[in-house]
Write a protein that binds this ligand. Structure first.
Ligand code: CDV
Length: 313
């Protein structure tokens, strides 16, 4: 029997700097209700979906910076989304800025969670590939301060048995790195979920501004095909506090083909019928890793164990 999962891509338009989490959650719940009406099992929201994307601004004050982060998940502002999931029996993937107290200190991460149809958290991922810089760039039209505001994620790239398949997560810039997909591909990932905030203009390399949409699709389509997995990428799009961000939220099949794509730069829901068994032929033939990958010849330091390959360390 085919393993069909109806996946909703819940693209968000801009969130203003003074928009409350409560108001944003109303938008998220509306998209989830729409998704439920369309028979979705799972809804995917963007990166840092509860507030405006604050890494675009220089923030000096520690308390002000903390105010952009979630200290608990769920928390009272976000609880209605968890309640809606339970009521509608729709799971979700949500990105948010996480403030944690670990190893005796305050730590900040760019985080995503996977939540089941029962409203319980299944898994958490913390962004590993943080773009940008730690210093202030007054000459740039906006800042890119993820390296200042977040620590590199410390949870690896796990894959969870969920929604009848093997599900992994990554966040935004992770999607440009083949190893993000491959580490999950080696664990048999069949569905990779991710959200992004991608400005049209890249102050560090403006010559690529016209290529933003192309690169967005290029990396996700390659990652899907080369690992025989579905990939779901969801944007926060449009002009937010003066920063123009790409849309193009989409669902990509293991063939690398885009099967569904958003057409606006605002709040928009689209739905894809994902047959997880479409991964099988890729995983057992052209991308049968056990049969065809030859990492021992790549010049990397690797160890081959009974459980699978250990990548260079
Ligand atoms: N949020 C991101 O990770 N954005 C980066 C931009 C800054 C290049 C991205 O890879 O889309």
């Amino acid at each position: 029997m085919a393993r069909i999962l109806n996946v909703g891509i819940a693209q968000l338009g801009p969130i203003s700097r003074n928009e409350s989490r409560q108001d944003v959650v109303v938008r998220l719940v509306a998209l989830m209700e729409d998704a439920a009406r369309m028979g979705c099992d799972l809804v995917v929201y963007p990166e840092a979906a509860l507030t405006a994307f604050f890494p675009h601004w220089w923030i000096d004050d520690e308390d002000e910076l903390d105010s952009w982060f979630e200290r608990a998940m769920p928390n009272p502002a976000v609880q209605p989304l968890f309640d809606a999931a339970r009521r509608l029996k729709v799971g979700f993937h949500l990105g948010y800025a996480e403030l944690a107290f670990e190893d005796g200190r305050k730590r900040r991460f760019n985080t995503a969670i996977l939540v089941g149809k029962d409203g319980e958290i299944i898994g958490k991922y913390r962004k590993i590939h943080l773009p940008g810089y730690t210093d202030r760039r007054p000459g740039d039209p906006f800042q890119n301060l993820e390296k200042r505001y977040f620590e590199v994620g410390n949870l690896g790239f796990p894959v969870w048995h969920a929604f009848g398949g093997r599900v992994g997560m990554m966040i935004c810039n992770d999607r440009r790195w083949p190893e993000s997909y491959r580490v999950m591909g080696l664990q048999g990932a069949e569905l990779i979920l991710l959200g992004y905030n991608t400005p049209v203009h890249n102050p560090a390399m403006p010559e690529t501004d016209d290529l933003g949409n192309f690169h967005n699709q290029l990396v996700m389509q390659s990652g899907a095909y080369q690992n025989g997995t579905w990939v779901v990428g969801v944007a926060r799009a449009g002009v937010e506090e003066g920063v123009d961000q790409i849309g193009q939220s989409c669902v990509i099949a293991p063939s690398g083909e885009v099967v569904v794509q958003c057409t606006t730069l605002g709040d928009e829901l689209q739905v894809a019928r994902c047959d997880l068994d479409l991964c099988n032929s890729y995983k057992t033939s052209i991308f049968n890793f056990a049969k065809h990958r030859r990492p021992e010849h790549y010049g990397l330091i690797v160890e081959r164990t009974g459980a699978g390959d250990v990548l260079g360390r």
